[in-house]
Design a binder for this molecule. Structure first.
Ligand SMILES: NC(=O)c1ccc[n+]([C@@H]2O[C@H](COP(=O)([O-])OP(=O)(O)OC[C@H]3O[C@@H](n4cnc5c(N)ncnc54)[C@H](OP(=O)(O)O)[C@@H]3O)[C@@H](O)[C@H]2O)c1
Length: 289
């Protein structure tokens, strides 16, 4: 298919790479120039603007930081309005369900799918992530082969906004589970257990989910370059708490998760991976979190 990817961060680059590997004709655009080079070497076309990138596309993907970025491109930049006849717009960013619904309403004939990803850049690039899909069921079914190219499994969540809702709730469990692992590691290390012992015990423990276990080595070793920044996790936890507020629920664990994230951002770890919160625990400031 003729596809366009708008946004070449960690995830957008992985998406474009996966689309090229699965035989699609790919055009890419990124706000800041210079990120397309590796993809252009693999035969992607680079457009100078979203308008140019969208021309002639059958599927247009956005994979951008947050609500403001997605709205800037899809609504203020009018990508939703300039979709070629019959083309669909697919937003894979993790954003508020309200934003998904707003874009769905702006896209001609409702040709919009919210398609957030369960998985980081590496599994996504390898086709091993899971996709949640929100939008018109029949339109989504017509694109089954595309979802199959991009994932090891896809799930129809319901109308626009339902996929982004489920994605946020899933991220809440991921953040909380990762924080519990960090607490266990920091406490275990402080009690004199070696990294080898902690790796073996926690790495094999059924209490540590697979999506949490992928960070075990980085948490043990203090390498926090990673792939998912605390600033992105902070955005997600705010959206989770907003979802709870809308239905008059209180989420004490999600609230505590957000506080530890904020504390870590204040300590200068915003651009580092989720695992960097371990350093804040080690700095013994956690009693005030
Ligand atoms: N990283 C993960 O593990 C992961 C996993 C699943 C889902 N997600 C979600 O996927 C989305 C992207 O994450 P990422 O890790 O790829 O982030 P990232 O590496 O920080 O990339 C963000 C992208 O958004 C672009 N952007 C930001 N503001 C923009 C604006 N106003 N107009 C146009 N482009 C704008 C950036 O362009 P510039 O280069 O010009 O700044 C960049 O291409 C987020 O919603 C995130 O929550 C991330």
């Amino acid at each position: 298919m003729k596809v366009t990817v708008l946004g070449l961060g960690h995830m957008g680059s992985a998406l474009a790479g996966r689309l090229l590997e699965t035989g699609h004709e790919v055009t890419v655009w990124n706000r800041t120039p210079g990120k397309a080079e590796p993809l252009v070497r693999q035969a992607a076309g680079e457009a100078a603007s979203p308008e140019e990138a969208v021309e002639g596309a059958e599927v247009v993907f956005t994979l951008l930081t947050n609500d403001a970025a997605v709205k800037a491109v899809a609504l203020e930049g009018n990508v939703a309005g300039m979709l070629p006849e019959g083309a669909i717009l697919v937003d894979m960013s993790t954003v508020s369900p309200d934003t998904s619904r707003e874009i769905g309403a702006a896209a001609p004939d409702g040709r919009f799918v919210d398609a957030p990803i369960l998985g980081g850049p590496e599994p996504f690039r390898a086709g091993q992530a899971t996709l949640l899909l929100g939008g018109d069921r029949e339109m989504i079914q017509r694109h089954t082969s595309l979802w199959e190219d991009l994932s090891s499994g896809h799930y129809y969540a319901g109308p626009n906004g339902s996929a982004t809702t489920l994605k946020l709730l899933s991220n809440s469990m991921l953040v909380g589970g990762t924080q519990l692992l960090m607490e266990a590691v920091a406490t275990g290390q402080a009690h004199g257990f070696s990294n080898d012992v902690l790796r073996e015990v926690f790495g094999g423990s059924p209490a540590v989910a697979p999506g949490v276990r992928v960070r075990l080595d980085d948490i043990l070793g203090g390498d926090h370059k990673g792939w998912w920044t605390l600033l992105l996790a902070d955005k997600d936890m705010s959206l989770v708490l907003e979802l709870a507020k809308q239905v008059d629920l209180m989420l004490p664990i999600a609230g505590a998760s957000e506080k530890l994230i904020r504390r870590s951002i204040d300590a200068g770890y915003g651009e580092q991976d989720l695992g960097s919160m371990t350093e804040v625990l080690r700095e013994k400031v956690s009693n005030s979190v």
